[in-house]
Design a protein around this ligand. Structure first.
Ligand code: ZN
Length: 82
């Protein structure tokens, strides 16, 4: 086991070291700079540099980041829960 091994917390949240959602889902511009718009529209940003497409809420950004972590973990050969 290495420090980059994905794992699940006791409450079932998937953790992938190096892939943390920045600012808890606050919006970032498509070039990665943090910004706040009245609409709330912006990209989710991962600590690895990954950016989502622009989305309208922190909730949606958290959801797509969770999917990003599952993809990263699966690509590492980790058995991701359904
Ligand atoms: Zn990432």
């Amino acid at each position: 086991m290495t420090d980059s091994t994905p794992y699940y917390t006791r409450n079932g949240a998937l953790r992938v070291p190096g892939h943390t959602l920045e600012s808890e889902g606050d919006p970032f511009s498509p070039n990665g700079g943090r910004y706040v718009l009245q609409s709330g529209l912006g990209c989710a940003k991962c600590s690895c540099g990954w950016l989502s497409v622009p989305l309208g809420s922190n909730r949606k950004r958290r959801d797509v980041h969770a999917a990003h972590k599952r993809e990263v973990a699966a690509a590492m050969g980790y058995e991701v829960r359904a």
